[in-house]
Design a binder for this molecule. Structure first.
Ligand SMILES: O=C(O)CCC(=O)C(=O)O
Length: 261
């Protein structure tokens, strides 16, 4: 099955995004889709994440280090988990939700696949990242290769290390390290994305962004469902990790989106 058919089978169709949402995403390089996860889903995912963190211990996030396409696989200030595709049915929604896929399609077109599905939590007192794009080069406007969706497992606030973004920088044809003296610094135009748990924020990954410092005593948890154009390498080689039970559960459209079909 090709990815366009997979998107249709998963419910992507005209009208899932308003014109206002599309215009906002085009102009600013990000879009808060609002609350998508129910309280029940949120609780199930949080419980599953906690169980995985305990079970994996020191090995948590080891899949990220195995990938040549993740530039900063280890991050002292954050807890990570990799390959959530194969770690439970609770995670299927993160790469099959039609409204999220509609936004990904809006940025990347229909020739898309999942690149990786990972967990990141900014630890208390830590989590500040450089402003960065998730691609090694600046790209021409409109020729986008990568697009992330950040799923909030906690309310995001300035206090707890919410993601910052510099609106419109996907159109700048520059990378932050080329024009900023220090990309760790605040940027005069940056916005911190404050939103409630269960919300999903789409990030055109060429827009400069990064985690901020968590000043609270609780982790700031999120799942990154990261997509790329079909001609780009996946951060997680989905064929390498795929489990038979995952394939059985997600069916043909899911397999097509993972590019394992
Ligand atoms: O979790 C966040 O707030 C952003 C993380 C991010 O941009 C990254 O890890 O590349």
């Amino acid at each position: 099955m090709d990815s366009k058919s997979a998107l249709t089978r998963l419910g992507v169709k005209e009208g899932l995004l308003t014109q206002e949402e599309k215009d906002f995403l085009d102009k600013n390089g990000y879009l808060n889709l609002g609350r998508i996860l129910s309280d029940e889903q949120l609780n199930a995912v949080r419980e599953k994440i906690q169980a995985l963190l305990e079970a994996e211990g020191d090995q948590a996030g080891s899949e990220l280090a195995e990938s040549p396409f993740i530039r900063h696989p280890k991050e002292a200030g954050a807890d990570r988990l990799g390959d959530l595709v194969n770690k439970g049915k609770e995670f299927d929604v993160f790469y099959t939700h039609p409204r999220v896929l509609a936004a990904i399609q809006h940025v990347l077109g229909s020739e898309v696949k999942l690149s990786s599905l990972n967990y990141r939590a900014a630890k208390p007192g830590a989590g500040l990242q450089k402003l960065h794009a998730d691609y090694p080069d600046a790209v021409p406007s409109g020729d986008y290769r990568v697009c992330n969706s950040i799923w909030l497992l906690d309310d995001f606030s300035v206090a707890n290390g919410a993601t910052r973004i510099v609106p419109g920088t996907h159109l700048s044809q520059h990378l932050p390290q080329d024009v900023m003296e220090n990309p760790m610094d605040p940027h005069p135009e940056e916005q911190v994305i404050e939103a409630e748990a269960g919300s999903v924020v789409i990030f055109n990954s060429h827009t400069w962004h990064g985690g901020t410092q968590n000043h609270t005593s609780n982790p700031r948890r999120a799942i990154h469902s990261y997509f790329c154009r079909r001609d780009q390498p996946q951060q997680s080689d989905q064929r390498r990790y795929l489990k038979p039970e995952t394939l059985k559960r997600i069916g043909e459209p899911g397999a097509a989106l993972l590019d394992v079909g």
